[in-house]
Design a protein around this ligand. Structure first.
Ligand SMILES: CC(=O)SCCNC(=O)CCNC(=O)[C@H](O)C(C)(C)COP(=O)(O)OP(=O)(O)OC[C@H]1O[C@@H](n2cnc3c(N)ncnc32)[C@H](O)[C@@H]1OP(=O)(O)O
Ligand SMILES: O=C(O)CCC(=O)C(=O)O
Length: 372
C-alpha cells in the first residue's frame, strides 16, 4: 500500500504569498490527520523560532502522527528537528550537476561526505532519515543509485525523488523509478510538481513503478504551479488502481476548503473533484442521460467525496432537463409548457451568462405560464 506523506504544510506553504499562522497550521494538520493522512511533512526548522514553535504545537496536537521536517544537509537544522521530537527528517541534497555546481557550489565528493555525516548524525539522534534528492529528474540515475546505496549504509530509510522543476512525463517517470528501485535498496518517495500539468499522472506512474510513498498537497499548493494535489492522487489511486490509502475520501472537500481559506487561494469552480461545478450538469444530452441512468455520464461517483450531482438549466438545456429540474422544484410540465420554459431559460442564461437559481426558475415559470 502506498503511503501519502502530505506536504501541504511545507511545500504547500511555499506557494508565493501563502503564510499560514501557527493556529492555521495546527488546525490543518489536525484535519489532515483526522482525514486519515497520518504522514505529514510539517515545516522547515531552519526558518526560525516561530516555525519551530509551530512544529512543536503540531507535535503536541498530534502525538500519533508520523511527522517529518525538511532540512538542508546541516547538522544544526537536524538537531532542531530531533529536539522537536519529530519522527523523520528529510535531509535535502541537490542531486543534479547543475545544482551541485551552480547552487551549492560544491563538489560531488564533498556533497556525499556531508550527506553521510548528516545521516549518521540524524540517526544518532533517533531520527528516521529520508534523503531528499532535489532536482532528481535532472540528475544522473547512477548517481541517485549511489546516493541510495551509500545513504542506506549510513542508516537512511527512504529516498525522495523530486521532480523539482516539474519536467517529467509519466513514461519517463515510470522508467526512472523502476530502474532506481532495482539499483538501490531504499524505498522511494515521489515528489512531483505540476509545471506541465502532469504532477498527478507522474505520481501515479511512480507508484505503478514501485514508489511506496507519495508527496501531495491539498488543492495542489506549492512552488510555482504547485505539487500533485492530494485529492486527485487519493481518488485516482482508489478509482484507477483500487488502492486504499486509508484516507477518508469524504473528508477531502472540507479539508481542501479549509486549506483554500487559510492559503487565500480560491478553488477554481472546475478544479477536479473539489471544484464547486464539477458535478454540475447543464447540457441537455448529458442531463437526459443522467436522469435515465446515472452511469451514462458519471466518471467519478460524487458520493465518494460525499458530494452529489446537480442538474441546472441554461443555454445548452433540452426538454428532458427542463422537465427534470422543474419536477425537482415541484412543478410538473406538459409538452407545451416545457417548450415555452426551455426558450425562457435559454434566453435567461444568454442574457445573464449564468444558470437561473431555483427561485428564478419559479419566477420564470410564473412569467411564462402564469401563476398556478
Ligand atoms: C526545492 C525546495 O522546495 S527546497 C525547500 C525550499 N524552501 C525554502 O527555501 C523556504 C524556507 N527558506 C528559508 O527560510 C531560508 O531560505 C533559509 C532559512 C532556509 C535559509 O536562509 P538564508 O540563510 O538567508 O540563506 P538563503 O536562503 O539566502 O540561501 C540558501 C543557502 O542554502 C544553501 N543550500 C541550498 N540547499 C541546500 C542543501 N540542500 N543543503 C545545504 N545547503 C543548501 C544555498 O547554497 C545557500 O547557501 P549560500 O548562501 O552559502 O550560498
Ligand atoms: O529536497 C527535497 O526533499 C525535495 C524538495 C522539494 O520540495 C522539491 O525538490 O521540489
Amino acid at each position: 500500500m502506498v503511503i501519502i506523506n502530505d506536504t501541504t504544510l511545507r511545500d504547500g506553504e511555499q506557494t508565493p504569498g501563502v503564510a499560514f499562522t501557527r493556529r492555521e497550521k495546527v488546525v490543518l494538520a489536525e484535519m489532515l490527520f483526522q482525514a486519515g493522512i497520518t504522514h505529514l511533512e510539517v515545516g522547515i526548522p531552519a526558518m526560525g523560532d516561530e516555525e519551530c514553535l509551530t512544529i512543536a504545537a503540531i507535535r503536541k496536537a498530534l502525538p500519533e502522527a508520523t511527522l517529518m521536517a525538511w532540512c538542508r544537509a546541516n547538522k544544526s537544522e537536524i538537531k532542531r528537528t530531533a529536539e522537536l521530537q519529530l519522527d523523520w527528517v528529510d535531509i535535502s541534497i541537490p542531486s543534479s550537476k547543475q545544482m551541485i555546481e551552480h547552487k551549492l557550489k560544491s563538489s560531488v565528493d564533498k556533497l556525499l561526505a556531508n550527506m553521510l555525516d548528516c545521516i549518521r548524525y540524524a540517526v544518532s539522534l533517533g531520527l528516521q532519515v529520508c534523503i531528499g534528492c532535489e532536482d532528481a529528474s535532472r540528475a544522473e540515475l547512477d548517481f541517485l543509485a549511489d546516493i541510495g546505496a551509500l545513504g542506506s549504509l549510513a542508516g537512511a530509510q527512504r529516498l525522495r525523488y523530486a521532480d523539482t522543476l516539474g519536467l517529467l512525463e509519466p513514461f519517463m517517470v515510470y522508467k526512472q523509478i523502476k530502474q532506481l528501485s532495482s539499483e538501490q535498496p531504499l524505498p522511494i518517495e515521489i515528489h512531483c510538481h505540476d509545471d506541465l500539468g502532469l504532477a498527478t499522472a507522474n505520481t501515479l506512474a511512480a507508484i505503478k513503478a514501485g514508489a511506496s510513498y507519495a508527496n501531495t498537497t491539498a488543492i495542489g499548493l506549492g512552488e510555482r504551479a504547485g505539487n500533485a494535489p492530494l485529492e486527485e492522487v487519493a481518488i485516482a489511486l482508489y478509482q484507477c488502481y483500487q488502492q486504499d490509502t486509508g484516507i477518508n475520501l469524504t473528508a477531502l472537500p472540507a479539508l481542501c476548503q479549509a486549506v483554500s481559506l487559510a492559503a487565500g487561494r480560491p478553488v477554481a469552480q472546475q478544479k477536479s473533484l473539489v471544484g464547486e461545478q464539477v458535478f454540475t450538469h447543464e447540457s441537455g444530452i448529458h442531463v437526459d442521460g443522467l436522469v435515465k441512468d446515472v452511469r451514462n455520464y458519471q466518471g467519478v461517483d460524487p458520493q465518494l467525496l460525499g458530494r452529489s450531482h446537480r442538474l441546472v438549466l441554461g443555454k445548452h438545456s433540452g426538454i428532458g432537463a427542463v422537465q427534470a429540474v422543474f419536477a425537482r422544484i415541484g412543478i410538473s410540465l406538459d409538452k407545451i409548457q416545457t417548450d415555452k420554459l426551455l426558450i425562457a431559460v435559454q434566453a435567461f442564461a444568454i442574457d445573464r451568462k449564468r444558470n437561473p437559481s431555483d427561485i428564478e426558475l419559479l419566477r420564470l415559470s410564473d412569467q411564462v405560464l402564469g401563476s398556478f
